[in-house]
Design a protein around this ligand. Structure first.
Ligand code: 5GP
Length: 177
């Protein structure tokens, strides 16, 4: 097992709490009176820690589903090859959908998932990410609710991994290259 040092803490526990609270409030206010519960879909695996905190800060009725999308393998550079590994169970037709990512980097993953969701004729599709790297963007994708913009560095913790490790760090940090 190879473990590297964290060179800097980028988002600490207190800032994470503040960000998640703000996002929950923005999302709650961003939907008027809903006909049906909001469907909140987390992209696995990275988003699961953020999702667990976020849904408890959303004050409107919701249901949760997950999908697994793979694009990175075990490395630190996006392959650009986005695959749907596990789809959602719920039908999204006529429903309000909120897609939740841990981090938007090139934007390819979110762009593909948004396109796929829109083909299923939902009432609306919005996007939320905990972290965002605007300078790494290749695919144009609208981020409706954004936690924090960061520089183009590889980060781990708070659900984000390197080779499946580091997801349990309670903060977001940068790995020593
Ligand atoms: P994109 O398709 O936007 O290039 O990449 C999105 C996915 O790549 C994220 O859901 C995440 O799994 C992974 N990713 C992008 N940047 C980082 C990063 O800095 N750290 C980690 N751990 N994963 C990242």
């Amino acid at each position: 097992m190879q473990h590297f040092e964290i060179t800097k803490k980028l988002v600490d526990e207190d800032e994470i709490k503040t960000i998640v609270k703000r996002l929950g409030a923005e999302i709650s206010a961003g939907y008027g009176s809903l006909e049906n519960e909001l469907i909140v879909i987390g992209l696995l695996r990275g988003s699961f820690v953020f999702m667990a905190d976020l849904i408890r800060e959303i004050k409107i009725p919701l249901v949760v589903d997950f999908m697994t999308v793979s694009s990175y393998g075990d490395g630190t550079v996006s392959s650009g090859d986005v695959k749907i590994v596990m789809d959602v169970d719920l039908s999204v037709e006529g429903r309000d959908v909120l897609l939740v990512e841990d981090i938007v980097d090139t934007g390819r993953t979110f762009a593909k998932v948004v396109r796929m969701m829109k083909n299923r004729k939902p009432k609306s599709v919005k996007t939320c990410t905990f972290l965002n790297k605007p300078s790494a963007r290749i695919s144009d994708v609208q981020v409706d609710f954004c936690g924090k913009d960061i520089d183009d560095e590889f980060v781990v913790g708070y659900g984000l991994d390197y080779g499946q490790s580091y997801r349990n760090l309670p903060y977001v940090g940068v790995l020593k290259p």
